[in-house]
Design a protein around this ligand. Structure first.
Ligand code: ZN
Length: 163
């Protein structure tokens, strides 16, 4: 098998910054199949949610783990050079996310974050995907208010309690 050439830094940046990235489209298609209708890149709300489901007043952000600093995630590595630059940049991203979340909360909009690594896993693992989508559905429709924000963390807790 031929190895794929690694992307250059600028290609990488372009991929990260562009709207309608592949993971986003993957999730949108799933949500559509589940019967949800939504707006994308909804700029009328703080933070321009990637997906907004009006019926349930739910905003969904599809976050890259590196840029949004997903906790305890393998993808959220810390670059070894220019540490100060990166730290500042990351802090700004995280602070922005927190502010957006607070604003949406005040508007009684529920916020769901779907992480890049979770989407990767869904694409590889059908069983994980099924369980994930079940919790996602509960979250969107506000059937349960789960304690853990991350859906995959919530899944782990549910599995532990069953053993
Ligand atoms: Zn992650």
């Amino acid at each position: 098998m031929k190895k794929k050439k690694p992307l250059t830094r600028s290609q990488n940046m372009a991929r990260i910054k562009s709207k309608n990235t592949k993971p986003e489209i993957y999730i949108r298609k799933l949500l559509y199949k589940m019967g949800y209708r939504y707006r994308v890149n909804y700029s009328r709300l703080p933070g321009t949610p990637d997906i907004f489901i009006l019926k349930y007043n739910t905003a969904i952000f599809v976050n890259g783990c590196f840029w949004h600093r997903h906790e305890n995630c393998k993808i959220a590595t810390f670059p070894k050079t220019h540490a100060e630059y990166w730290e500042k940049k990351f802090r700004r991203n995280v602070e922005r996310d927190i502010k957006v979340r607070e604003k949406l909360f005040e508007m009684d909009i529920s916020v769901i974050t779907i992480w890049e690594c979770e989407i990767n896993k869904m694409q590889r693992n059908e069983e994980y995907k099924e369980k994930y989508l079940k919790i996602l559905k509960d979250r969107i429709e506000r059937v349960f208010n789960y304690e853990e924000e991350d859906i995959s963390v919530q899944m782990e807790i549910a599995e532990e309690s069953m053993q």
